[in-house]
Design a protein around this ligand. Structure first.
Ligand code: CA
Length: 696
């Protein structure tokens, strides 16, 4: 019996058992393109953005503007050993599937929260050294027929039997020698699964996306995003074309463009849209010294979903040099523009413009600023190019530019409601000071596994006095804001909208809110007691509509957010991470969360800081540890604040954790390559930071 036959028999056995166990869990939905593209299927939530359009619009209508205040917790599931929860759960036929920290996947009864199975890919055992690149943030999973796909931190794509959680196949999607990682939800379409990667900041890396056969895990195709060394030959004509837009020896620096999120399959036009990343390194003067657009950095690229061949592209930021990427959701809709129905795609990438593109041919229809944007005055629609302002490339001196690397909008999902005609964007009013004074641009070299962007960047402050962020309702046809709600902090979660013109969003302050999608009027406010970074979903079983979301402060702001993010008090392990489902008939009582906790540095009279060693340790720390423990050792929630930890006080304990991997099952990487002096320097740096904070 081959593996395939074995699988079919297993599935039938499980189907029979679950039918006997409970009628509501009967398997009936075949999760394929027809089902995922069908906007009328309402009981399930089959894919990341609900349907292939990525609109996050649900036709469910039980929860309305009139009764939304009656929403109460229906059930909840405490997620063990978790911190950064940013993913979108999926629901098929009464089962809710979700991915949590360390890429652990669970299937629960979606009416009760009772666990059916769990799968742990053992990242801490399989790849303890590779956890030093990237973050423990998975944005989701994907389902095709009876298979569920998990992309792990360390780059594996794993297929599970979704009826019992057993592994069917696993394949490595990235070269283990390279400091790349995966946070994006894999995407299933046409019997294939797509995976991308991140890593532009961690080493000289070159981005690509790969599609695998959903049944076998065999590679179907790979699309490289930037060209490699011409001497090695180009993989395809698109790379030959792209190479015309690069100068110097870009391949030595990787080039970047890594696509870690932002993939949309267009079932109507049989096209796949890929949002691409920023340059490696950030500074164009280093990677392409004589200028050039540097295709396909910071672009939307349309590919043939069967072959991965290039079809067309629009580059949002030619010659990207500010860490701008277009890895944000690409949302499809029919828009009536000047009396003509256009098959459009919409995107609000980091660079601050809102793009509307005719997806039949890639023609840019409009691009307007959603927030303060100072790198360009406007977009010239004739040439489909931005008009840059003088000095913005920090040619001669450092300059404050908005938006900064956290963007005008990051990966937090934008939704679109076809009834109101509005897109709902969690936007950020950020700026950054960019400069490269003191950096050896010509001699620039960097190694894998070390953070180095080729830019001296510093926070530039908020661009608005009234609020650091907002929830914006944006009219894509008129290209103007219809309403906005200001937010007190700048890392708020993605949005969900429904046919009853409701809009839901969780915020960094732990509140889940419902708004009138037409007016922005606040209708409901529920305090979940822990920062929310994941978007809500909605589904219906046996006539009851549920609203569900993961509650667990996460993402890069929870890693590198510094003191402003740390002050939220969502520190590592302080509050319980949960999956919570609400309904109008809910009677569950959520245990009260502990109050916000800001870790206090541990005093020690025994540890005498050597400041020379501490300075050396600071460079070491910021090249790698800061990725999770925060710049300046100020942790923002994803990992412990080391200034408050007793471990650095003991040489033996520190060595056990850092070099011997005592906590690798918790997500702490192993650093076998650190010598004794480097280890000591890190301890002295951490203690120096603790002493400095205590002295304040
Ligand atoms: Ca980046």
């Amino acid at each position: 019996m081959n593996k395939q036959e074995n699988f079919v028999i297993l599935s039938f056995a499980t189907l029979f058992l679950s039918t006997v166990a409970t009628v509501t869990l009967a398997q009936s939905t075949v999760v394929n393109d027809e089902a995922i593209a069908n906007s009328d299927q309402s009981g399930n939530w089959l894919a990341y953005g609900r349907t292939h359009s990525e609109q996050r619009f649900s036709p469910l209508n039980q929860i309305t503007r009139e009764n939304v205040t009656n929403l109460q917790p229906d059930w909840y599931f405490p997620v063990p050993n978790s911190r950064s929860l940013v993913s979108t759960p999926l629901v098929v036929d009464g089962v809710i599937y979700f991915i949590a920290s360390l890429n652990v996947v669970r299937a629960l009864d979606a009416t009760s929260g009772e666990e059916i199975w769990s799968f742990n890919p053992q990242v801490g055992q399989v790849a303890p050294e590779r956890m030093r690149a990237g973050w423990d943030n998975s944005r989701g999973i994907s389902i095709w027929e009876n298979k569920l796909f998990v992309a792990t931190w360390d780059g594996r794509l794993i297929s599970l039997d979704r009826t019992n959680g057993e592994q069917l196949w696993s394949t490595q999607t990235i070269d283990p020698e390279l400091a790349m990682y995966v946070t994006g939800a894999p995407k299933a379409f046409k019997g294939k699964v797509l995976v991308g990667n991140g890593g532009t900041e961690n080493g000289p890396n070159r981005g690509y996306v790969t599609a695998y056969d959903a049944n076998t895990g065999e590679q179907a195709w790979r699309f490289w995003i930037v060209p490699g060394n011409p001497a090695d030959g180009f993989e395809d004509e698109a790379m030959e074309m792209a190479a015309e837009t690069w100068t110097g020896e870009w391949w030595r620096h990787g080039g970047g463009g890594n696509s870690w999120h932002g993939w949309t399959y267009d079932a109507e036009l049989n096209q796949l849209y890929i949002g691409t990343g920023n340059g490696s390194p950030w500074n164009r003067k280093i990677r392409s010294p004589d200028g050039g657009d540097n295709l396909f950095l910071d672009s939307i690229v349309a590919l043939d979903p069967d072959s991965g061949e290039y079809l067309w592209h629009h580059q949002n930021t030619p010659g990207e040099t500010w860490d701008y990427n277009s890895n944000m959701d690409i949302v499809l809709a029919d828009l009536v523009i000047d009396g003509e129905t256009i098959k459009a795609l919409m995107q609000a990438p980091k660079n601050g413009f809102f793009y509307v593109i005719n997806r039949e041919n890639g023609e840019l229809l409009s691009a307007e600023k959603i927030t303060e944007v100072t790198w360009a005055s406007h977009y010239d629609i004739e040439t489909a190019r931005p008009v840059e302002l003088p000095g913005v490339r920090y040619e001669t001196e450092a300059i404050r530019i908005s938006p900064g690397p956290i963007g005008a909008h990051s990966w937090h999902a934008m939704s679109f409601n076809p009834n109101t005609g509005l897109a709902y964007i969690p936007s950020i009013h950020s700026s950054t000071i960019y400069g490269d004074q003191g950096i050896d641009l010509e001699g620039f070299e960097r190694e894998q596994w070390r953070l180095n962007t080729g830019v001296n960047s510093m926070p530039g402050g908020n661009t608005r006095d009234d609020a650091p962020a907002s929830l914006q309702a944006w009219d894509p046809i008129r290209q103007e804001q219809v309403w906005e709600v200001l937010a007190d902090s700048n890392w708020n979660a993605g949005t969900l909208t429904t046919a009853t013109n409701l809009l839901f969003q969780g915020r960094a302050d732990g509140h889940l809110l419902a708004y009138d999608a037409e007016t922005g009027e606040e209708l409901w406010d529920y305090d979940l007691g822990l920062g929310i970074s994941a978007p809500p979903i909605t589904y219906q079983i046996d006539g009851k509509q549920y609203l569900a979301l993961l509650v667990g402060w996460g993402g890069s702001m929870a890693a590198l957010g510094g003191s402003a993010a740390a002050e939220q008090g969502w520190s590592y392990g302080a509050q319980e991470r949960r999956l919570v489902a609400f309904s109008l008939e809910g009677t569950a009582v959520l245990p009260r969360q502990p109050p916000p906790l800001i870790p206090q540095p541990l005093p020690s009279s025994d540890f005498i800081v050597n400041f020379d060693l501490a300075e050396q340790g600071g460079q070491e720390f910021n090249g790698t540890c800061s990725m999770c423990h925060g710049g300046g050792a100020i942790a923002a929630g994803i990992a412990p604040d080391l200034r408050a930890s007793g471990i650095p006080l003991s040489r033996e304990a520190f060595e056990n954790v850092v070099r011997n991997g005592a906590l690798s099952d918790n997500g702490m990487p192993i650093y076998k390559d650190l010598n004794d002096e480097q280890l000591e320097s890190l301890r002295h740096y951490i203690r120096a930071q603790a002493e400095a904070a205590l002295a304040q």
